[in-house]
Write a protein that binds this ligand. Structure first.
Ligand code: ZN
Ligand code: ZN
Length: 589
């Protein structure tokens, strides 16, 4: 969609209409306060709106306060929004006369003969509408932030000043939204990543994290969790090369359709690429031997390190990266095994997410308009997916026509504690892409060669993204099995250092990630420090504890469980960690 049409295309839902109307009121207030400023565009966006202005200096927080005050006056005056139609040529003349060059440029890019304008009081804007009847309909708004933004998002164009705001139907809803925003800021994984020394980013490697020792513990624990589970469920792990000749991508079709997202290199006169996905290479493992119907299913899992050339402007922390590690798998099965495989996969997804107290929701995406394979193949595969979902008692939505061109799929989202929805896992039935393009076969019971079905699936999605999501989900307070430091031993004073060292040593011996904090600081200071680091348990030891062989257990939540025999604490740790308890249970057995 061209930019000129985009800004003209308003979302007509009531909330978007309210927000878009608020953006007009904001522009009116800005023009009133700063008459020389030129207006660009001001659409409703998710949860709010913005408006871009041509102004030499950025808006300051004080500016936003003044603008908000004027907006409140305009709202109080309850000025009606009036629609007016004009010939496009007249509108061009109108805005040219007012010196509003951006509006002229937009109008020049529109094909229609007539356009609509909206006026409220002394402010008139080019706009398709709709709007609320009058400014008094705006009950709750807040201006949130400012940023620079290029005209039409193009860095060759003029830099404009953008003001973001939000508007809601009631003050109560606005307050709730502002709370969520505040909470999301506190939980931002980029902020927590730095504060808790999990990972960091440096501009020498945009979109690729540097994992710090604490963050690497998260990676390792997740890998361990995944491997234990996959071993149990009949997967075989493989690892395929990252740097691959373009011949492979030509065969898979990526060269034709996906080249722009791939990093390419020239090696000895030939073109290679860093793999953007692991699918085609897994076929080499499948094809190494003649497969019989009795060999299937073959489940190849891979911790696939992939690279995708995302534009640097779109990169965001761990959730939008250039380098990531998928917890990938490709399952090769007979068509009659598809339903059982999907059933097992859905069970696995539920089992995994339960460990992280994430609530999954499921969407089945069906045959799109343009597809490969036959309708009969598609119908059978879609039926298998439906049946597998039902067999697991899963409620699901249908995204009609949203399947991949090579097969239907199940997309799995999780909702975090702030009610945000993240797509993480995907289960895709591939009837044609890998099987046809790589001519995969197995010898069936009748002695004839047949094509297997491939299932592409990832449950974490990628380790990077999943760690970003759970860091925010837990607000950095990881369950003990994941926590980089699981316990801190705090001797009350120098006199108890020896007992503290003994306790620390026994914890380490039992593979508890424990630290000894015997710094010459007040106990209160050291407790607060451990809480800030979100260490689940503090074990305080003094005279009485040393005598009785106990430790005083404190939780990062501030709860004080008092003295408990150390042997019991040790046993509790082992149980809590090995069973990957989602909540803190040590000292409560
Ligand atoms: Zn408008
Ligand atoms: Zn794949």
């Amino acid at each position: 969609m061209a930019a000129a049409e985009q800004e003209f295309d308003c979302d007509p839902s009531p909330l978007a209409t309210l927000r878009h109307s608020t953006s007009h009121v904001m522009a009116q207030a800005v023009k009133r306060l700063y008459p020389d400023v030129k207006v660009a565009i001001g659409p409703a966006i998710e949860d709010g709106f913005y408006y871009d202005f041509a102004k030499a200096e950025p808006f300051t927080p004080e500016d936003l306060e003044r603008i908000s005050k004027v907006m409140a006056e305009i709202i109080k005056a309850d000025v009606p929004f009036e629609r007016q139609e004009m010939a496009r040529a007249d509108a061009i003349a109108f805005f040219r006369e007012r010196g509003e060059g951006f509006k002229v440029e937009i109008l020049e890019g529109i094909a229609a003969d007539r356009v609509s304008l909206y006026r409220q009081g002394d402010f008139i804007d080019l706009c398709r509408g709709p709007h609320v009847p009058s400014t008094g309909a705006i009950k709750a708004f807040k201006l949130l932030s400012t940023s620079g933004a290029y005209w039409r998002g193009d860095e060759r164009n003029a830099m404009l000043q953008r003001i973001y705001g939000t508007a809601w139907a009631t003050q109560d809803e606005l307050d709730k939204y502002l709370w969520r925003l505040e909470e999301a800021k506190k939980r931002d994984h980029r902020k927590l990543g730095r504060e808790l020394d999990l990972f960091d980013f440096y501009d020498v490697a945009p979109g690729a994290p540097f994992w710090l020792p604490n963050g690497m513990i998260l990676v390792r624990e997740l890998e361990k969790f995944a491997r234990e589970s996959l071993d149990l469920h009949g997967y075989q792990e493989i690892s395929t090369p990252m740097l691959v000749n373009k011949r492979l991508w030509e065969q898979s079709g990526h060269w034709e359709h996906y080249q722009d997202n791939m990093f390419k290199l020239e090696v000895e006169g030939e073109i290679f690429s860093l793999k953007p996905m692991n699918c085609p290479e897994s076929t080499y493992v499948y094809k190494r031997a003649l497969r019989s119907y009795r060999d299937l299913p073959l489940r190849y899992s891979e911790m696939g390190r992939d690279h995708r050339n995302e534009r640097s402007g779109t990169l965001t922390g761990l959730v939008r990266v250039r380098q990531f590690t998928q917890d990938d798998a490709h399952i090769y099965c007979r068509p009659d095994q598809l339903q059982d495989e999907i059933t097992a996969l859905l069970r696995l997804v539920q089992e995994w997410y339960k460990v992280f107290t994430l609530e999954p929701s499921f969407k089945l995406a069906t045959r799109p308009e343009s597809y490969l394979g036959t309708v009969a193949q598609w119908d059978a595969a879609e039926q298998a997916l439906h049946d597998a979902l039902r067999a697991n008692g899963i409620a699901y939505e249908i995204n009609a026509g949203d399947g991949a061109f090579y097969g239907p799929k199940i997309d799995i989202h999780v909702e975090d504690v702030l009610g945000r929805l993240w797509q993480i896992a995907t289960i895709q039935a591939d009837l044609t892409m890998l099987p046809e393009r790589f001519q995969l076969e197995y010898i069936d019971a009748d002695g004839q060669p047949k094509r297997p079905v491939t299932i592409h699936r990832a449950i974490f999605g990628s380790y990077e993204r999943f760690i970003g999501i759970v860091t925010e989900h837990y607000a950095g307070a990881f369950p003990t099995w994941l926590a980089p430091v699981q316990a801190r031993v705090l001797p009350i004073s120098e006199k108890h250092a020896a007992y503290g060292r003994a306790v620390h040593g026994k914890l380490r011996g039992a593979r508890v990630r424990a630290e000894l904090d015997d710094r010459n600081e007040k106990l209160g200071y050291r407790i607060r420090d451990a809480q800030l680091r979100k260490v689940p348990y503090m074990l305080v030891v003094g005279e009485r504890e040393a005598q009785d062989g106990t430790v005083s257990v404190r939780l990062r939540t501030g709860e004080d469980l008092k003295a408990i025999p150390f042997d019991r604490v040790l046993a509790d740790f082992s149980r809590e960690i090995s069973s990957r308890e989602p909540v803190l249970t040590v000292g409560r057995s």
